[in-house]
Design a protein around this ligand. Structure first.
Ligand SMILES: Nc1ncnc2c1ncn2[C@@H]1O[C@H](COP(=O)(O)OP(=O)(O)OP(=O)(O)O)[C@@H](O)[C@H]1O
Ligand SMILES: NC(=O)c1ccc[n+]([C@@H]2O[C@H](COP(=O)(O)O)[C@@H](O)[C@H]2O)c1
Length: 173
């Protein structure tokens, strides 16, 4: 049984992330989706709480028909010491052999800790990246086609778009 871990902040979870998840599940039996920077919320770079990210990802996975026994969703707060982060992560999650990532620091830290690495292809990264989506939410440009439908509906339902505009001072009220 091969289990991999896929770390990200998922602020928000977009169609590129979903493609990475599907790509990974074609190669491993189980995927641990590590929701990083779990302590962060209500900021420009990290508008959503860890719990909200759990919810939006699970809704997207359900809608895709990805069975719940093929993945874990585990939020983990950051720590100050990069050097021991991979070991910190190990403490919170089921055992894994492989790491799925494109983030160079994440790759470096897990490689040094002795893990195998799987680097997914870039799925239209110029379009599917959370920074751009957060920018579109703030400027009012269309972003619904960049995220799974359930993520869009969920963010609207918690007024996450209004939150982001409000904390950046671009809310019209
Ligand atoms: N479109 C994509 N195709 C392939 N990998 C991606 C894509 N978008 C993000 N990733 C990878 O998924 C992991 C988690 O990404 P992350 O949550 O930081 O998303 P992001 O879109 O890069 O967000 P941000 O712009 O806020 O940094 C990283 O390894 C990142 O390189
Ligand atoms: N020292 C640490 O706590 C440490 C080190 C490397 C990555 N991380 C986290 O892993 C996640 C990686 O995801 P991103 O690719 O979205 O940056 C982030 O939440 C990042 O903060 C944490």
């Amino acid at each position: 049984m091969r289990r991999a871990i896929y770390p990200g902040r998922f602020q928000p979870f977009h169609l590129g992330h979903l493609s990475v998840v599907k790509w990974s599940l074609e190669r491993v039996d189980e995927l641990i989706i590590l929701i990083g920077s779990a302590q962060e919320s209500h900021t420009l770079s990290n508008p959503f709480t860890a719990g909200e990210r759990v919810e939006m990802i699970r809704k997207a996975m359900n809608n895709e028909g990805i069975p719940g026994d093929r993945y874990y969703l585990i939020p983990i707060p950051d720590i100050l010491m990069n050097n021991v982060w991979a070991y910190h992560v190990r403490m919170y999650v089921p055992s894994f052999q492989t790491v799925v990532a494109r983030n160079p620091l994440v790759l470096r830290l897990f490689r040094e800790a002795g893990n195998d690495i799987l680097v997914p292809p870039s799925f239209q990264r110029e379009k599917y990246n959370s920074t751009l989506i957060r920018k579109y939410i703030i400027t009012g440009e269309e972003w619904s086609d960049l995220v799974p439908n359930e993520v869009y509906t969920f963010i609207k339902s918690i007024k996450g778009d209004e939150r982001l505009r409000e904390i950046t001072g671009t809310d019209k009220r």
